[in-house]
Write a protein that binds this ligand. Structure first.
Ligand SMILES: NC(=O)c1ccc[n+]([C@@H]2O[C@H](COP(=O)([O-])OP(=O)(O)OC[C@H]3O[C@@H](n4cnc5c(N)ncnc54)[C@H](O)[C@@H]3O)[C@@H](O)[C@H]2O)c1
Length: 324
């Protein structure tokens, strides 16, 4: 059997499209499956005419050639998912269904075809854990089911369990990656992603709306660093059966992020604090901090994301950067 391409589900999305760029740049043939629900073919505009790229516009589970495409792939990146807290709060049924059913189809096909898979999970699975730094073997503390936001974490976590179960029972070679906040060009603010939202507001000199007190901290990772980690993990047979945090571990408060965006864009915007219940729904729970340990990633791959916040904001806003 010849395995002649890499399959990327969700390849027209924000992270997926950067991954596709990188794989094509390295000389791979790439097949993308994407239904365009949150992604867009525009994200692949720069590579659309590359003869080594095939894009199939469909839900993963409805792709008629799925089994063949997985069988003929040397590797599968499974990124397709319902993403973003706002989307998840608005559409919990769609989120749960999308994240469970579509992943199951890919994992089953990959197990049957003996094709290795990398599954993108999320830092959300750490839930309400109060730890200063999250490591891969930590216990996970998820909120109750009447709070819709937890459905995203739970559905992704169930995918992790399912992936591990396929590994154990059917020999699936799977690497699980927990992505922390990933940012960069092409990310849309439509579904509540914080940095593009701030940049849009600052660019048009409207108030930058910070949810909650703004004292909650996050770590932001430039998508190019994320892709570097994903590609290195693909090449690493020792990563199969393992879970890796992927993110930048430089912590920044959301208020400070807003200030830095305003500064970098030389904007006259003010900062407006918006209570969570107005931004989302009553009872919305947010985490005070979410910082990854990337020691395991660095030990395994020799790489850890290090792009500075200022460079990250400039890349995302399309401003000149040192590396560009
Ligand atoms: N961006 C982040 O900060 C972040 C953080 C943690 C985890 N992740 C994970 O990374 C992956 C990619 O996220 P992203 O930020 O690029 O989001 P995105 O919304 O841009 O990408 C998801 C892509 O999947 C497609 N899609 C969704 N459901 C599909 C289905 N059933 N069949 C085919 N295509 C489908 C969408 O159209 C979109 O192009 C997701 O699995 C997400 O859970 C992202």
């Amino acid at each position: 059997m010849s395995r002649h391409h890499i399959l990327v589900t969700g390849g027209a999305g924000f992270i997926g499209s950067h991954l596709v760029d990188r794989l094509l740049h390295e000389g791979h043939r790439v097949v993308v499956i994407d239904n365009g629900s949150t992604g867009s073919l525009e994200n692949l505009a720069g590579v659309r005419d590359d003869p080594r790229l095939e894009v199939i516009h469909t839900r993963v589970s409805q792709c008629p050639r799925l089994d063949t495409l997985v069988r003929e792939a040397s590797f599968v990146f499974h990124l397709a998912a319902a993403v973003g807290v706002e989307l998840v709060v608005q559409s919990p049924v769609g989120t749960i269904h999308n994240n469970l059913a579509e992943s199951e189809v890919i994992l089953r096909a990959a197990a049957e075809a003996r094709t290795p898979v990398l599954f993108t999970s999320t830092s959300e699975v750490y839930g309400k854990s109060q730890r200063e730094v999250f490591t891969e073997n930590d216990d996970l503390i998820i909120g109750p089911p009447h709070l819709g936001r937890w459905s995203y974490a739970c559905s992704k976590l169930m995918d992790e369990f399912l992936a591990m179960a396929y590994a154990k029972e059917h020999g699936l070679e799977v690497t699980i990656v927990r992505l922390f906040n990933t940012v960069g060009p092409r990310q849309t603010g439509r579904y509540g992603m914080v940095l593009p939202r701030f940049i849009e507001a600052a660019r048009s000199h409207r108030p930058v709306r910070v949810y909650g007190s703004g004292q909650q901290t996050r770590c932001f990772c430039l998508v190019h660093d994320t892709v570097e980690a994903l590609v290195r993990l693909m090449r690493l047979p020792a990563a199969r059966g393992e879970v890796f945090n992927v993110g930048n571990d430089e912590e920044v408060s959301i208020h400070h992020l807003a200030e830095r965006v305003i500064l970098e864009l030389q904007s006259s915007s003010s900062i407006e604090l918006v209570p969570y219940e107005k931004a989302y729904v009553p009872g919305f729970e947010d985490m005070l901090r979410r910082r990854p340990s990337v020691a395991k990633l660095e030990r395994a791959t020799g790489f850890r994301p290090r792009t500075t916040l200022s460079e990250i904001i400039r890349w995302t806003a399309g401003l000149p950067t040192a590396k560009a």
